[in-house]
Design a protein around this ligand. Structure first.
Ligand SMILES: [Zn+2]
Length: 132
């Protein structure tokens, strides 16, 4: 596995990308300079359906990707699988990982809501105590 080719680009944190390069370029699909427009298009499409609440929740609690990143990347993988540039198994694995990330985000959301309910109940109890 260690002698497998890796994408030549670097991530935002400066570390090596580590993703599999595409067959025609030393870059993975996220770093391919030729696909800048394609990725921007996916980001635009992904960014349209937003409300204030969606914006607040956009950053997945998993912390690695934003929901928009995830949507854009899934879109690219989807098109690549359909057009035969990516193995269907990669698409399946990507979808599985995306679902796991969303599950983690959902759990974090529920925990946040429970904490808020506890705060509300404590505030209510305090007000009742003050009134009585
Ligand atoms: Zn890369």
């Amino acid at each position: 596995m260690s002698d497998q080719p890796r994408c030549r680009a670097h991530n935002k944190d400066g570390g090596p990308c580590g993703a599999m390069p595409q067959t025609h370029t030393p870059f993975c699909q996220w770093h391919d300079p030729e696909r800048v427009e394609e990725r921007a298009e996916w980001n635009r499409k992904g960014g349209k359906a937003t409300s204030t609440e969606a914006k607040a929740r956009r950053t997945l609690k998993a912390g690695v990707l934003t929901a928009e990143d995830l949507r854009a990347r899934l879109g690219v993988v989807f098109v690549d699988v359909i057009e035969g540039r990516t193995e269907p198994a990669v698409g399946t694995a990507t979808a599985t990982i995306a679902r796991a990330l969303l599950d983690v985000a959902r759990v974090a959301d529920v925990e946040e809501q429970v904490a808020q309910i506890r705060r509300d109940m404590a505030a209510f109890a305090e007000r009742r105590g003050a009134a009585g």
